[in-house]
Every structure is written in structure tokens, then in C-alpha cells.
Design a protein around this ligand. Structure first.
Ligand SMILES: Cc1cc2nc3c(=O)[nH]c(=O)nc-3n(C[C@H](O)[C@H](O)[C@H](O)COP(=O)(O)OP(=O)(O)OC[C@H]3O[C@@H](n4cnc5c(N)ncnc54)[C@H](O)[C@@H]3O)c2cc1C
Length: 238
């Protein structure tokens, strides 16, 4: 399909400022943190609502145009590398915290919320969100779900898959999906675990419900020394 046709089809379903087609506007989206691979997407779509996301996906499915989802573009596996003939669907404008329930210790988030912003928002309740990739100042919850991300806290509290209760979104053909639920164990097949870590191939996530945990009352630094298998301390490198 020719570029102007995709642009005009998307402009029929999205506001004008949500569709980028000039080369200089598309350039910032040509790669994620795996910068060795670069592709200029045909078009960039910047939805603001779930309805916008659905409209992009159904339009692209009808036109048989591939879609690649993108959060903050910090991925190291090239998952957000654009398809040269496709639409790059950036979720960065959907960055609102939809609700915090301190009693249930849960939060409902749009996919573009930054990981660290969750812990900052719930700190007032003495809570935090455990999965802490080193990129947490920038990476998005939607990207974390797609990559099943984690950091040091995951040694104790598990990865994203252990800290997400539910996701909502759309299949690539625009069909609405709701996986998991507010309760810790949802009945039926565990499709939530299938979606988490699927690198955006199974669905585009538009809402995430995360589990929050109490902040520790104290944090203490522990130093460990390396030892050889003989039990003798190793010499430090020069
Ligand atoms: C300096 C640095 C440190 C890092 N440290 C860690 C670490 O400690 N632990 C770790 O796990 N990772 C780490 N990463 C990798 C990266 O930050 C994570 O994978 C992060 O989860 C990616 O989030 P993102 O929003 O940037 O996603 P993106 O890079 O934009 O996308 C990543 C994947 O998610 C998909 N995706 C994004 N949003 C959605 C959505 N809403 N719905 C469906 N699919 C979507 C994309 O299609 C792509 O496949 C690091 C990266 C950098 C650059």
C-alpha cells in the first residue's frame, strides 16, 4: 500500500497531530536501544486513547499493513525496531496513572507510564512497585509487560509476570482482550502469563493493573566478599 494511502486512512480515524509522516518526524523512532538496527517506519501513530489504538489496529489490519508497538524505546532486543512498510504505534502519550488502591495495594496504569513514576506516585501510601529494570527512569510499563522486565528487586519479588494482576488491550486485528483480574488467581487458562514477555507480538497493551508492596522500614547495605571454592578469599584484581 502506498504511503499517502496509509496516512489518509489513519488521518480519518485519528486527530491530525497523532499521525507523523514527514521523514524528520519519523527519524526519532527508527530504532530502540539496539541501535545497530535502524528502519524508518512508513508512518508513526501516537494514540491518546484506547479507542485510538483500536482504530489504528483495525485500519492497519484492513489495509494489511504491519504494526509495531513502542513504549519508551529502551529495549535492547530490537522489539520496537520499525517495519519498513509498517506503522510504528507509539504508546508514549498514554501515560496516566488511572487509579491507586492503597488498601488492595494495586494501581491501574496506562501503558506509557514510566516504571519509576509508579513507585514515586504510591510512595505517599508507603508502597512501591517492585520490578526495577536499570532503565526504570525512562522505560514504560507497557514495555515492561512486553519484555517481562526486572531488576535487582526481582531476586526477592519476582519479575513483571509476578507483579502484574491484569492487562487490557487489543489483538493485532483490533479485538479487545482482558487477561487476568484484580484477584491474585484468575480462573481458567493463564493467558496473562502468555502475554507477558511476548514482545508485543500477541497484543497491544492499553492498561495494566500492578501489584504494590509495602516499602521496607529500613534498608541496609551488605558487602559480600568473593571466595574461591577452597574457601580462601580471592586476590583482588590489579
Ligand atoms: C540502560 C538500560 C538498562 C536496562 N536495564 C534493564 C534491566 O535491568 N532489566 C530489564 O529487564 N531490561 C533492561 N533494559 C531493557 C529495557 O529497558 C526493558 O526491556 C524495558 O522493559 C523496555 O521498555 P520500553 O518502554 O522502553 O519498551 P520499548 O523498547 O519501546 O519496547 C520493547 C518491546 O515492548 C513492546 N511494547 C512496548 N509497549 C507495548 C505495549 N503497550 N503493548 C505491547 N507491546 C509493547 C515493543 O513492541 C517491543 O517489542 C535496559 C535498557 C537500557 C537501555
Amino acid at each position: 500500500m502506498a504511503e499517502p494511502d496509509i496516512v489518509s486512512a489513519l488521518r480519518q480515524v485519528l486527530p491530525e497531530d497523532c499521525v507523523l509522516w514527514a521523514a524528520e518526524d519519523r527519524r526519532p523512532y527508527e530504532c530502540d536501544a539496539l541501535t545497530v538496527f535502524r528502519e524508518l517506519p512508513r508512518v508513526v501513530a501516537l494514540p491518546r486513547t484506547e479507542e485510538d489504538v483500536r482504530a489504528v489496529l483495525t485500519t492497519c489490519a484492513r489495509l494489511r499493513v504491519p504494526v509495531v508497538a513502542r513504549g519508551s524505546g529502551t529495549g535492547l532486543s530490537g522489539g520496537a525496531t520499525p517495519h519498513p512498510c509498517g506503522v510504528l504505534l507509539s504508546l508514549s502519550r498514554m501515560s496516566r496513572i488511572l487509579g491507586i488502591d492503597p488498601l488492595a495495594r494495586t494501581a491501574r496504569l496506562q501503558p506509557g507510564v514510566r516504571n519509576l513514576a509508579v513507585s514515586e506516585a504510591v510512595a505517599v501510601h508507603g508502597l512501591y512497585y517492585a520490578p526495577d529494570p536499570s532503565s526504570q527512569v525512562a522505560c514504560s510499563i507497557g514495555g515492561n509487560v512486553a519484555e517481562n522486565s526486572g531488576g535487582v528487586h526481582c531476586l526477592k519479588y519476582g519479575l513483571t509476570v509476578h507483579n502484574v494482576l491484569a492487562v487490557r488491550g487489543y489483538s493485532m486485528s483490533g479485538e479487545r482482550l482482558e487477561l487476568g483480574g484484580a484477584a491474585p488467581e484468575a480462573p481458567g487458562l493463564d493467558l496473562l502469563s502468555l502475554a507477558i514477555g511476548s514482545e508485543g507480538l500477541l497484543m497491544v497493551v492499553t492498561e495494566v493493573t500492578v501489584r504494590l508492596i509495602p516499602r521496607p522500614t529500613c534498608a541496609q547495605l551488605v558487602m559480600a566478599s568473593f571466595a574461591t571454592c577452597t574457601g580462601r578469599p580471592m586476590r583482588s584484581p590489579r
